[in-house]
Design a protein around this ligand. Sequence first.
Ligand SMILES: C[S@@+](CC[C@H](N)C(=O)[O-])C[C@H]1O[C@@H](n2cnc3c(N)ncnc32)[C@H](O)[C@@H]1O
Length: 220
Amino acid sequence: MDEYYENTAASYDRVAPSYAGQFLGELAHKPLDRALLGCLIELADGGCIADIGCGPGQVARFLRDRGADAMGIDLSAGMVAAAREAHPGIEFRQGSMLALPLEDSSLAAIVCFYAIIHLRPGDIGAAFREFQRVLTPGGYLLLAFHIGDERVHRDEWWERPVDLDFHLLMPEAIETQLGESGFGIEMSLRRRPYEPHEFPSRRAYILARAIPESAEAASR
Ligand SMILES: C[S@@+](CC[C@H](N)C(=O)[O-])C[C@H]1O[C@@H](n2cnc3c(N)ncnc32)[C@H](O)[C@@H]1O
């Protein structure tokens, strides 16, 4: 792991308890997110769903509480520890979405909420190819991210020192990169923030499907 991702992981290690305190209950205020996650459970049809960049695991927990076979993966050991403490019955692994600790074709679906915003923009395609590798052919990916074209840097969060870049992303560009990585777009929508509960950014949600015949091409 290079210095950029070491700094990202170390930053989230420092704020993990505070992040968990603020966000563990957030889905109670997010009806559209709950509906989309319910849709993903139906599409996964009993197969494993990985919550990648899971933070304290609130999404994995929502999925599990509704009967899904869910687990979580996060770059930050502190976040993984917070997720394990909050949800003892769910498996959480430490790992990067650029080299996932998962077998080929082992997942029916991936949910990745507000985590690709921390990738270096040049690494997003590599993450999508890694998602394609671990999904079964025809598997589903549900992405969420903040919309925009700027980079926001933070060096302090909850009064702790951090070194974090948040890359706001344009949905059209992400759809293009998904297409180049072997995904077909099933659904793409934008919503306003749920105020006062959320940071006041517009948000994008994209549901994509791993095109079976593209798996081999995307890995080349
Ligand atoms: C803004 S938080 C989102 C957490 C959770 N998905 C949520 O919606 O609250 C971003 C998370 O992505 C994780 N992350 C950042 N880069 C990652 C990477 N390369 N691979 C896996 N996780 C990563 C961070 O450690 C952090 O927990």
